[in-house]
Design a protein around this ligand. Structure first.
Ligand SMILES: NC(=O)c1ccc[n+]([C@@H]2O[C@H](COP(=O)([O-])OP(=O)(O)OC[C@H]3O[C@@H](n4cnc5c(N)ncnc54)[C@H](O)[C@@H]3O)[C@@H](O)[C@H]2O)c1
Ligand SMILES: O=P(O)(O)OC[C@@H](O)[C@@H](O)[C@H](O)[C@H](O)CO
Length: 482
């Protein structure tokens, strides 16, 4: 079968207007899709230059396909089930800054670039004290600082040559956070007052919130997918149809990104906080709450879980009775958002693996579920039992066994080590459950606080942990639903 390349599709030449840090599934199915729409429907005429954020990544693979890839969108659109294969031809170059640092910095001198986009996961916007201006830099903010400095020099500090920077990482106020780290590098690397002033005045860092479910590469069905496409594409990415991009940006951004001439769902707002809270606590919170419970129940995908009579009921109770009541937005609006999310989870065309959501589950619980648990406790003076049950199930999930099967638990090494030790010391007794739960609740490096200090939490986790270990997930869950 022929491989996807320019021999199959010749992309129109486009000047680089967007520099994109990251080449993962999400960006290819979301921001690159938006740029493609802008090119196809709004005369944007802009290409994307991709920068690989880590030493290992997809840049070589992208280059081997002449930067082309297929994006398959599946779901309900205007009430109808729709499946579309879109050939994205908006990426025009890709660079690995670890092996071609000069090539990377060369992007700074490309006059047509206006926008910088990123998604380097929740770990990416981090300060790396070892990084220097000379590079190659390890951290994404450090890489960006070096690029901005090169741009400042290339254009003699021209105030019209700054960038609009829109990070898409799923962390609170991502633009503010990125700016803070970039400014710190600029100060510590002593890049000078003139540069620091240009950084603040000529560049805009926007906070943004993204929403689209992207299961990614259909590994288990790839031959079938290639047969359907008629060519081999190693970078196929699958997503749902739904999309929402909320951007806190300057007034002029609409002209820069004329999305109103496309059907992309982009909102320019003054404050993205309510959108973020609603999405992270309901959609991502539901995912994270669900994963250990449903997976240990023997289920593999989100759709099967939501449709399951017991697991689906558990999830609905968690969302409607324990998450929504803690949110400070009109109840009706929250319930309608949650209903839409449940419909998206039921998307008959998407097979979203629970295991893929389980990646870095502990830090996700901390940011996506724990705030609901704490607010519930504060406001109602009682613990939300389904959210606590999920925490207990997570402790069992991290043991890495579903019956005889090994669970490929994927998290930071220090977390995995914590669980390895805690489970190795576990003797099966009730005291053993308490000791294991205390170790994790008090010491997990991801918790923003010592969770054993939350009234009653340790006791309830111990109770649920014992229940799951003694009776199995199926029976334990029945008891929690009573
Ligand atoms: N997949 C989805 O449904 C979806 C939807 C909305 C948001 N997101 C967010 O997008 C992020 C990426 O998801 P994905 O599906 O594209 O994953 P992916 O594994 O396909 O891509 C991950 C990307 O992040 C980079 N990266 C990883 N760790 C990094 C680090 N420490 N520093 C710098 N860069 C790093 C990688 O180089 C790669 O470009 C997730 O963290 C998630 O919060 C995903
Ligand atoms: O992508 P992650 O791993 O941060 O989280 C898993 C899912 O909750 C997430 O990808 C959602 O599907 C997405 O955030 C929807 O917009």
């Amino acid at each position: 079968m022929e491989k996807l390349s320019k021999a199959l599709h010749q992309a129109p030449p486009r000047p680089i207007k967007v520099i994109q840090f990251g080449e993962g599934n999400f960006l290819r199915a979301f921001t690159d899709w938006t740029v493609q729409k802008l090119n196809d429907e709004a005369d944007f005429n802009g290409g994307i230059a991709v920068v690989q954020p880590l030493p290992v990544g997809l840049v070589d693979l992208l280059a081997s396909q002449d930067f082309l890839y297929t994006h398959t969108l599946k779901g309900i659109k205007n009430g109808e089930p729709v499946k579309e294969h879109l050939l994205n031809d908006s990426i025009v170059s890709a660079v690995n800054p670890y092996t071609d640092h000069a090539g990377y910095l060369g992007l700074a001198a490309v006059e047509t670039v206006k926008i910088v986009i990123s998604n380097t996961t929740e770990s990416g916007i981090a300060y790396e004290p070892e990084d220097t201006l000379e590079g190659p830099q390890k951290g994404f903010p450090a890489k960006l600082t070096a690029l901005l400095h090169a741009r400042f020099k290339a254009f003699g500090g021209d105030p019209d040559k700054g960038f609009v920077i829109i990070p898409c990482e799923l962390i609170d106020r991502n633009g503010d956070k990125l700016k803070e780290v970039v400014e710190r590098h600029a100060r510590e690397w002593q890049l000078g007052e003139a540069f620091e002033a240009w950084l603040g005045e000529a560049n805009t860092f926007c906070n943004s919130l993204v929403d689209r479910i992207v299961p990614g590469y259909p590994r288990d069905r790839i031959q079938e997918v290639w047969e359907e496409l008629g060519y081999e594409d190693q970078l196929v990415v699958e997503s749902e149809q739904f999309n929402l991009w909320v951007i806190e940006g300057p007034a002029g951004l609409k002209e820069l990104l004329p999305v109103d001439r496309t059907d992309c769902n982009v909102l320019f707002v003054e404050d993205m906080t309510p959108y973020r809270t609603r999405k992270v606590r309901i959609l991502n919170g539901a995912h994270t709450t669900l994963v250990p419970v449903a997976y240990l129940y023997g289920i593999d995908t989100v759709k099967e879980s939501v449709e399951h009579p017991v697991v689906g009921k558990y999830l609905a109770q968690a969302v409607y009775e324990e998450i929504i009541p803690t949110l400070d937005l009109p109840k009706e609006e929250l319930e309608s958002f949650a209903a839409e999310v449940m419909d998206r989870f039921r998307n008959p065309f998407i097979s979203h693996q629970l295991l893929s959501i389980s990646l870095n589950g502990m830090s996700k619980y901390n940011t996506r579920v724990l705030p609901s648990l704490e607010a519930y406790l504060r406001e109602k003076g009682a613990l939300p039992k389904r959210l606590v049950f999920s925490l207990a199930a997570m402790l069992v999930f991290y043991r890495g066994l579903r019956g005889e099967e090994t669970i490929p638990v994927n998290d930071a090494e220090d977390i995995l080590e914590l669980f390895r030790k805690a489970w190795a010391a576990f003797d099966g007794s009730e005291e053993g459950c308490r000791s294991l739960a205390r170790t994790v609740l008090a010491h997990a490096p991801v918790w923003t606080a010592d969770l054993t200090a939350l009234p009653g939490l340790l006791d309830l986790v111990v109770e649920y942990l014992g229940l799951i270990l003694e009776k199995g997930m199926e029976e334990a869950l029945q008891e929690v639903l009573l």
